[in-house]
Ligand binder design. Structure first.
Ligand code: 3MF
Ligand code: MG
Length: 343
C-alpha cells in the first residue's frame, strides 16, 4: 500500500509517434484507458482540456460543460477522480508563437478563452487545479519578444484566471526548453517568483516534473523541496531522463535510482499529499513496446515509487544523525547505496 494517490494522463498511453517515425500502436479509446487506469491501481486522471472535450474549439461554452459532465460520469463509473485540467496551448494554429506571451492580441485572447474553458471543464470534472505547462511561452528567436514585458503578460493572464474563478488553483509546470528554445518559466524558482507576483499567491503553485528538472541541469528532489518550503508543490510528474537529451519521459527511477529515492524521500518527509496533492506519472512507453503490454511503464513507475517508499520507511535516522554529528558523509552515502542495493 502506498501513502500516495497516483494519476496519469490519457497521453501517457499513446501510439508511439515521434519526430522521426509514425505511430506503431493503435489508438486506445478514452474509456478503455480509464478502465485500465483503474485496473492498474491509479486513483485519478490528468486531462488536457481537449482530452476531456476533443472538439471544444467548435463548441459553445455550455456544450463544453455538458460534454465534460458526461466525462465525469465515466470517471465515476471507474472510481477515478480528475486531478487537473491543462489547456493544450501548443497544438493549435493560434498558439504557434505561444499564447499568454504571444505577440498577437488575437492569439492571447484565444489562449485566455482556452484557459477559462479549462476552468469550466475542471469544475465539471471536479478537478481543483489548472495546470499550465507553458510549452511555447518563450522564444525561438531571442529578439522576437521583450522578455520583461512578456513575463508581465504571463502574470496578467494568471490574474485573469484567478479572477474568473475564486477557488481554482493554477499550477505552473516548469520546463526550460522543448519545444521552445528559451522558456520563461524554466525552473521552480521562476514559478515561485511568478506566483509571488500574482494577486493571490496562495492559489498559484507548481508542478515539478523530474525530467524537466534534469533538462534544466537541476536535481528533481531539490526542486520539489524548494516548492514544498513555500507550501506550493501542487503536483509532481514523476519520470526519468538520461541527461540533457530530448524529453524522454522514461519510467520513474530507471535512470537514476538514488535521484528517484530522494524524490520519494522529500515527498514522504514533508507529508506531501496531506492536502490532497496527487502523484502524477508522466511517463511514456518505449516506442518498441507492443500494444498488448502498453500500460507496463505506468505499472513499473508506480511499483518503483512504492518500493522506494519502503526504502524511505527503513531509512535509519539515528545512523543519519550519527553521520551528520561526525560529519562523516562518506559513511552516510555508502549507507544509502547499501539501502538501495538491498545489502
Ligand atoms: C511536457 C509535459 C506535458 C505536460 C502536460 C500537462 C505531455 O514535457 O510534461 O506532458 O505534463 O501537458 O501539463
Ligand atoms: Mg509533465
Amino acid at each position: 500500500m502506498s501513502r500516495f494517490k497516483f494519476t496519469a494522463g490519457p497521453w501517457n498511453v499513446n501510439e508511439g509517434v515521434e519526430a522521426f517515425g509514425p505511430g506503431v500502436r493503435p489508438t486506445v479509446p478514452m474509456e478503455e484507458k480509464f478502465k485500465k487506469f483503474a485496473e492498474v491501481g491509479l486513483s485519478g486522471v490528468q486531462f488536457h482540456d481537449d482530452d476531456a472535450v476533443p472538439d471544444m474549439n467548435n463548441m459553445s461554452e455550455k456544450a463544453i460543460i455538458d460534454y465534460a459532465k458526461d466525462v465525469k460520469a465515466e470517471l465515476d463509473k471507474y472510481g477515478l477522480v480528475a486531478e487537473f485540467v491543462a489547456p493544450r496551448l501548443w497544438m493549435d494554429p493560434h498558439t504557434t508563437d505561444g499564447g499568454f506571451t504571444s505577440n498577437s492580441k488575437e492569439d492571447y485572447d484565444f489562449a485566455m478563452w482556452r484557459a477559462k474553458r479549462s476552468i469550466d471543464i475542471a469544475n465539471a470534472l471536479g478537478a481543483k487545479n489548472i495546470v499550465l505547462w507553458l510549452a511555447r511561452e518563450g522564444t525561438l528567436c531571442a529578439e522576437s519578444k521583450d522578455p520583461v514585458e512578456k513575463i508581465g503578460a504571463l502574470i496578467d493572464s494568471i490574474n485573469d484566471m484567478l479572477a474568473y474563478d475564486d477557488k481554482i488553483k493554477v499550477l505552473i509546470e516548469s520546463k526550460p526548453n522543448e519545444p521552445i528554445d528559451r522558456s520563461y518559466c524554466g525552473t521552480i524558482g521562476h514559478v515561485m517568483a511568478v506566483s509571488a507576483a500574482t494577486k493571490d499567491p496562495a492559489r498559484v503553485g507548481a508542478v515539478l516534473e523530474s525530467a524537466h528538472a534534469i533538462l534544466a541541469g537541476l536535481d528533481p528532489a531539490n526542486e520539489m523541496a524548494f516548492a514544498l518550503k513555500f507550501g506550493k508543490l501542487g503536483s509532481v510528474h514523476l519520470n526519468d531522463q538520461n541527461g540533457c537529451r530530448y524529453d524522454q519521459d522514461k519510467s520513474f527511477g530507471v535512470e537514476s535510482l538514488r535521484g528517484a529515492f530522494n524524490q520519494i524521500k522529500v515527498l514522504c518527509d514533508h507529508n506531501y499529499g496531506a492536502n490532497g496533492e496527487m502523484v502524477g506519472l508522466d511517463v511514456k512507453a518505449m516506442r518498441t513496446q507492443k500494444p498488448e503490454d502498453q500500460y507496463r511503464h505506468i505499472q513499473n513507475s508506480m511499483k518503483i515509487a512504492m518500493m522506494l517508499e519502503e526504502k524511505v520507511a527503513k531509512f535509519d535516522k539515528a545512523f543519519q544523525a550519527k553521520c551528520i554529528a561526525e560529519r562523516n558523509y562518506e559513511a552516510l552515502e555508502m549507507y544509502v547505496m547499501e539501502l538501495l542495493m538491498g545489502a
